[in-house]
Ligand binder design. Sequence first.
Ligand code: MN3
Length: 179
Amino acid sequence: MEIHHGKHHQAYITNLNKAITGTPLEEKSLEEIIKGLDMANMAVRNNGGGHYNHSLFWSVMAPNAGGVPSGELADAITRDLGGMEAFKEKFEQAAATRFGSGWAWLCAHKGGKLEICSTPNQDNPLMPATGCGGTPVLGVDVWEHAYYLHYQNRRPDYLKAWWNLVNWNAVAARYAAAK
Ligand code: MN3
């Protein structure tokens, strides 16, 4: 995780800054850049997405976290996704079957409805026309760089272990803000 944070994430920030310096995007927030993205601008799409996605990823993890969500997030998982076990299974499946590199997401729509989806590369649900909607409240990185050092090619094992790091309080706060 330290290499992932210090090297991989940092590279997206460095390259995003290079890509927007001297352009009108320099004046915008990261979220504004992502939501209004020209999908043909590959430097901003890949590096802006990389910065946004990793920032979210770190914010929803904590050491010795895990457990289960409570409150309205737990209620929504039961209502929209069939409960915690069904949710985990669907989320792991979305992550495991994402071909090549990408992310799996839990997204909240206005009104609170939850949806699971996945995106390729560094795309994310806030970008235009990704096939994923709503606001991402939980995301897992399934690029090989996220798991290869410890898990080699065993992406499903990484996903199973990753649940032990999910900070449900942070996810619940994102859900409350998004819905
Ligand atoms: Mn990564």
